[in-house]
Design a protein around this ligand. Structure first.
Ligand code: XMP
Length: 319
């Protein structure tokens, strides 16, 4: 029967004990887990921690700015912001295979991260926001460990390559507990309550080739969808909601002219750990409102569909 305040104090003592006077590097993804891990570790060891945010240009609307602002202004925690949009987009050019996209992004991320670690003279520890379900999922996932459904993007492989030990203070926690710890540490609600976001970002929500133009189109549609969800008071009832930009064009009519533009799919699921998920049952009127706004406000999209697939057999992300 422990409280989050006690958990915080215990973990801080453990981190100090483990790290000693070593240097720790922590990659921030923009998500809740890595942010909570970083803030907790910073409280324990201060400037022995270096946070690195690799901005791959595949973030949602305004997300990169929010991460930088949270760390630099709200917490005054030094943050290395690596602007790598061009590198990622050029590497993704012409690439349409989901696993190749994931592997390129994971590999490029590790290279950039390693380069930043070298700049600070190397690090003894790598901090990760690994949660309890991540520990479970890497051991057994639908079909057992021999079946790779998706190559998850994280910093796996880095510890050996860089000869580092792991600091994973959230390993015993579930998502709702991490959020509670985040609140205990004073993280703003916009961060704490945020839906999970995959490491490869929008690249896996754009089946087919990823381009800057398609990322921009998707960001706009996604922002409208999330805006409607927040306005309807549904954001916290949903595990994840996002738009997907399909590599399909269909014919439409706007005013008195023909359009020939992309289709956007909307997805929303409820879940407790991402391992299984149910479709969120919006009212038809709500979805119509989202579709109308997206087609009217986003140039490049002229049709909107809703994804009614639960997990399993679907996965949450489309790639
Ligand atoms: P799937 O699509 O496998 O996703 O049903 C389950 C949960 O994991 C997230 N996801 C990822 N998270 N790196 C991450 O950190 C990844 O490569 C990745 N791929 C999927 C997904 O958003 C969902 O919450």
């Amino acid at each position: 029967d422990w409280t989050m305040a006690e958990f915080r104090a215990t973990k801080i003592a453990e981190i100090r004990e483990q790290v000693g006077d070593g240097k720790v590097i922590c990659g921030l993804s923009g998500g809740v887990d890595s942010a909570v891990a970083a803030v907790l570790i910073h409280e324990a060891i201060g400037d022995q921690l270096t946070c690195v945010f690799v901005d791959h240009g595949l973030m949602r609307m305004n997300e990169a700015e929010q991460v930088v602002t949270l760390f630099r202004d709200h917490y005054n925690i030094p943050l290395v912001h690596v602007d790598a949009e061009e590198l990622f987009l050029s590497g993704l050019a012409g690439q349409t295979d989901p696993e190749k996209k994931r592997k390129f992004i994971g590999g490029a991320f590790i290279d950039l991260f390693e380069a930043e670690a070298k700049k600070i003279g190397g690090a003894d520890f790598l901090a990760q926001g690994t949660l309890y379900p991540d520990v479970i999922e890497s051991v057994s996932f639908t079909g057992g460990p021999s079946v790779t459904i998706k190559s998850h993007h994280n910093v796996g492989g880095l510890p050996e390559r860089m000869n580092m030990k792991l600091v994973e203070p959230l390993r015993e926690l579930f998502k709702d507990e991490v959020r509670e710890l985040g609140r205990e540490l004073g993280l703003p609600e916009i961060f704490v309550g945020r839906h999970p976001f995959p490491g490869p970002g929008l690249a896996i929500r754009i089946p087919g080739e990823v381009t800057k133009e398609r990322c921009d189109i998707l960001r706009k549609a996604d922002a409208i969808y999330l805006d409607e969800i927040r306005k309807a008071g549904l954001y916290d009832a949903i595990w994840q909601a996002f738009a997907v930009l399909l590599p399909v064009r269909t014919v439409g009519v706007m005013g008195d002219h023909r359009t020939y533009d992309s289709v956007c799919a909307l997805r929303a699921v409820t879940s407790t750990d991402g391992m299984t998920a149910d479709v969120y049952p919006f009212d038809a009127g709500f979805l119509t409102q989202c579709a109308t706004r997206i087609v009217n406000e986003v140039k490049g999209i002229n049709r909107v569909t809703y994804d009614y697939t639960s997990k399993p057999p679907g996965t949450i992300e489309w790639e």
